[in-house]
Design a binder for this molecule. Structure first.
Ligand SMILES: CC(C)(COP(=O)(O)OP(=O)(O)OC[C@H]1O[C@@H](n2cnc3c(N)ncnc32)[C@H](O)[C@@H]1OP(=O)(O)O)[C@@H](O)C(=O)NCCC(=O)NCCS
Length: 177
C-alpha cells in the first residue's frame, strides 16, 4: 500500500461527507489554520502542555513526512473550492534496535467535530496502513484525565494493555497479523 496516496471518504453523524487523506507538503497553511482553530484544552491534551505558535520546523515535520517511518492522515471538510482540516492522526515508528514493529500513535480532532467517531475511524485507517507495513503494535501516551482518548482505545477491537505512571497512561494495542 502506498500510504502517501491514502484517501478514503467518511460520513459525519450529521451526514456531511469528509475525506480522510494522507497529508501533503502543500497542507502547511491549512494545518496552521487548523491549529489556530483549536482551543487550549485540546492543545494541552495533545501536547501535555501549552504549545505556542508552531515553528516553521514543526510545520515541515507535520506536513513533510516520509510515509515509511511516519504516516500522517488528516480529515478534511469541503469548504468552497478548497477544504478545511478538522482533525488528524499519525503513527511514528519507534526505533527499538533492529525491530521496527512498534509505532506511537496520536490524534487531534477539532472541538466542534469531537464525539462524532472520527478518532475511532482514524484509528481504523491507521491500523490498516500499519498492518500492511508489518507493524505489530501501537503504543500511545495519554493523560489519565483524557477519558475520550481512552474510550477510543477501549472501544477499538484491538487487544489493549495499560500502564499508569504519574498521571500518564501508557497504552499498548496489538494489531492483528
Ligand atoms: C481524544 C480525541 C482525539 C477523541 O476524538 P473523537 O473524534 O472525539 O473521538 P470519537 O468520537 O471517535 O470517540 C470518543 C469516545 O469517547 C467518549 N467520550 C467523549 N468524552 C468523554 C468523557 N469525558 N468521558 C468518557 N468518555 C468520553 C465518547 O462517548 C466516544 O465513545 P464511543 O466510541 O462509545 O461513542 C479528541 O477528543 C481530541 O482531539 N482531544 C484533544 C487532543 C487529544 O487528547 N489527543 C490525544 C493525545 S494522544
Amino acid at each position: 500500500m502506498d500510504a502517501s496516496r491514502y484517501r478514503a471518504t467518511e460520513t459525519l453523524r450529521d451526514g456531511r461527507a469528509v475525506v480522510v487523506r494522507a497529508i501533503r507538503p502543500d497542507d502547511k497553511q491549512a494545518m496552521l489554520d487548523a491549529y489556530h482553530g483549536l482551543d487550549e484544552k485540546t492543545v494541552y491534551l495533545r501536547f501535555f502542555s501549552a504549545h505556542g505558535e508552531p515553528t516553521a520546523k514543526e510545520l515541515r515535520e507535520w506536513t513533510e513526512v516520509d510515509f515509511a517511518s511516519i504516516v500522517r492522515l488528516i480529515v478534511c471538510l469541503p469548504r468552497g473550492e478548497g477544504e478545511r482540516i478538522i482533525g488528524g492522526a499519525s503513527y511514528a515508528l519507534l526505533d527499538r534496535g533492529n525491530q521496527a514493529s512498534e509505532a506511537e500513535i496520536s490524534f487531534t480532532i477539532e472541538e466542534d467535530f469531537q464525539g462524532q467517531g472520527l478518532a475511532s475511524k482514524l484509528l481504523g485507517h491507521l491500523t490498516r496502513i500499519a498492518q500492511a507495513a508489518g507493524i505489530r503494535r501501537f503504543v500511545a501516551e495519554t493523560l489519565l484525565e483524557n477519558r475520550a482518548m481512552l474510550a477510543v482505545f477501549a472501544h477499538s477491537a484491538l487487544p489493549m494493555s495499560r500502564r499508569f505512571v504519574n498521571g500518564v497512561v501508557h497504552v499498548t494495542l496489538d494489531l492483528p497479523e
